[in-house]
Design a protein around this ligand. Sequence first.
Ligand SMILES: NC(=O)C1=CN([C@@H]2O[C@H](COP(=O)(O)OP(=O)(O)OC[C@H]3O[C@@H](n4cnc5c(N)ncnc54)[C@H](OP(=O)(O)O)[C@@H]3O)[C@@H](O)[C@H]2O)C=CC1
Ligand SMILES: O=C(O)C1=N[C@H](C(=O)O)C[C@H](O)C1
Length: 232
Amino acid sequence: MKIALFGYGKMGKMIESLALARNHEIVAKIDIDTVDIPYNEIDIAIDFSTPEAAFQNITECFKNNIPVISGTTGWLSNYEEAIAICDKNNGAFIYASNFSLGVNLFFELNQKLAKMMQGVSGYRTSIEEIHHTQKLDAPSGTAITLAEGILDNSAYKTWKLDGEKEQELSIHSIREGQVPGTHTIAYKSEVDSIEIKHTAHNREGFALGAIIAAEWLVGKTGVYSMKDVLNL
Ligand SMILES: NC(=O)C1=CN([C@@H]2O[C@H](COP(=O)(O)OP(=O)(O)OC[C@H]3O[C@@H](n4cnc5c(N)ncnc54)[C@H](OP(=O)(O)O)[C@@H]3O)[C@@H](O)[C@H]2O)C=CC1
Ligand SMILES: O=C(O)C1=N[C@H](C(=O)O)C[C@H](O)C1
C-alpha cells in the first residue's frame, strides 16, 4: 500500500518503521507546514496527529477519495460531522481510540465484567489512566471508550474526570514520565476490590493494529471499527 502519514511524531515514526517492514511504501509525511499533499499517489491515509488537526486532515482525505485510519484522540466532538462527510463522498473510515489487539480484547472484557457487576450491589466503579507528560488530551480516548462500555451496562448516567456524584463514573488521569498507556478499571466495595488492567509496554501494538486496519480497509467503502477488523 502507498501510505500517507498525517502526523510524523511518536506514532507516525513507529508506523513508518513497521509499515516498511511489511513491504508498504510511505509516500507522504504530513505535518502542520505541509502545503502540497499528493492525494493522487495515496492508497490510504493514517492520521496520528493532534486533536486540533485531525478533523481537517480526515475530511480533506474523504473529499479526495482517500480511505482513512484515524488514531488521533481528543477530536470526537466533530466525529458525527466527519462521518457525514465520509458518507457524502462514499468514503472509507476507521477511527479507534486504541488500535492494539490487547486493548481491543480488554474493551470486550470490560463490557463483560460490567454486565456481570450489574446484578451485584455495593461496588463503586472507577477508571484510572496513566500516560506520558506530552499527551495533549485528558481523559485518554481509551478511557472514554472504556467508560462508554460501562455506561452501556450499568446504572451510571455519565462519566466525569474525578467525578464524585453517585451517578457519575469517575475517570482519574495521571501524567508521568514516558508511560505509553496504562488503564485500570476498579470495582470497590467495603469488603474487597476487583480490578482489571491493561499496560502497554511500548507503542508497537498501537502501530501494528493501525497498519492491520489499513490493510483491511483498502478497497472497502463505509465506516468500520476495530471490532470488524479483528472479528471480535
Ligand atoms: N488510537 C491509538 O491506538 C493511539 C492514539 N494515539 C493518539 O495519536 C495522536 C498522536 O500521538 P503521538 O504520535 O504520540 O503524538 P506526537 O505529538 O508525537 O505526534 C503528533 C504529530 O502531529 C504533528 N502535527 C501537528 N499539526 C499537524 C497537522 N495539522 N497535520 C499533521 N500533523 C500535525 C505534530 O507536529 P508538531 O510536533 O510540530 O506539532 C506531531 O509531530 C494523539 O492524539 C494520541 O492520543 C497515540 C497512540 C495510540
Ligand atoms: O497519547 C497516547 O500516547 C495514547 N493515546 C491513546 C488514548 O488517548 O487512549 C491510546 C494510547 O493509550 C496512547
